[in-house]
Design a protein around this ligand. Structure first.
Ligand SMILES: NC(=O)c1ccc[n+]([C@@H]2O[C@H](COP(=O)([O-])OP(=O)(O)OC[C@H]3O[C@@H](n4cnc5c(N)ncnc54)[C@H](OP(=O)(O)O)[C@@H]3O)[C@@H](O)[C@H]2O)c1
Length: 235
């Protein structure tokens, strides 16, 4: 299979949570800074996020009701012109995310062109909406996502040789359970969160084809200032 090298890079609490109050604890600060620096260490030109993460942090919320496009665009991959060679890959199987640009610029991060990952469930109106912003999109599956197809298309159509998958837990599990992740990088804060509801680094979902645990092999451990750890595992 012609796929990129895939690293799953996450910032977690001591109890494996990826969201919640522990982010605000002063003791999480050094780990958060290290988490950001390690993005540079991996040097991936594309970073992939799940729908929930995109909606909360990177997209412009949800698209809402769209005007009729009268089937102007076929359900085929579309590669838009991009001024940059960095990408944010947005998992959006049903085509619900809202946009105001085909680029995402976040403080301390390179400007990135948006690639939407869709299934054939998406409406033609949503394709017209994406074309309006000149956002790239690829199809990967009829109703459920085919993670292998996503990786093959990122490699073939966008020349992505190293991909970072950076949450949330559902998307991480989707790729891990299929054996598609090469390395897991966890920056762990020395803080327990205790939330019974916050997402964890890996979350099984109903659409996951496998519910079996996945064992990893420890590659490296580094202590971070203040008592956090950077854990590297190969799969
Ligand atoms: N600490 C960190 O490093 C870090 C990094 C990133 C995110 N986060 C946090 O993680 C939390 C979100 O995590 P999450 O696990 O709830 O959500 P997520 O992985 O961001 O998104 C899950 C959603 O993506 C879609 N999806 C993902 N994989 C799919 C698949 N294989 N097939 C079909 N649809 C798929 C589904 O959307 P639909 O059900 O709508 O179709 C699913 O509900 C947020 O609070 C965010 O802030 C933390």
């Amino acid at each position: 299979m012609n796929k990129p090298y895939v690293v799953c890079h996450m910032f977690t609490s001591l109890d494996g949570k990826i969201d919640g109050a522990f982010f605000g604890a002063p003791e999480s600060g050094p780990g958060l800074a290290e988490y950001g620096k390690l993005r540079g260490f991996y040097g991936c030109k594309a970073t992939l996020y799940g729908t929930t993460t995109m909606r909360g942090t990177y997209s412009d919320g949800l698209a809402g009701i769209l005007p009729h496009s009268h089937g102007a665009y076929p359900k085929e991959d579309y590669i838009a012109h991009s001024d940059v060679d960095n990408y944010i890959v947005s998992i959006d199987p049903k085509g619900v995310l809202g946009w105001n640009s085909n680029y995402i610029e976040k403080k301390g991060r390179p400007k990135a062109h948006v690639i939407e990952v869709l299934t054939e469930e998406v409406s033609e109106d949503y394709l017209a909406y994406l074309r309006g912003f000149d956002i790239s999109y690829i199809f990967a599956g009829k109703e459920t996502l085919d993670c292998r197809v996503i990786l093959e298309k990122l490699r073939d159509k966008f020349s992505v040789e190293k991909l970072m998958i950076a949450g949330g837990g559902v998307v991480n599990w989707s790729f891990l359970q299929e054996g598609l992740i090469d390395e897991v990088s966890i920056v762990m804060a020395p803080v327990a969160d205790g939330s019974p509801t916050a997402a964890s680094a890996f979350e099984r979902s109903d659409f996951a084809s496998s519910q079996k645990p996945v064992a990893l092999r420890l590659k490296e451990v580094k202590q971070i200032e203040g008592g956090g750890l950077w854990l590297r595992y190969t799969v």
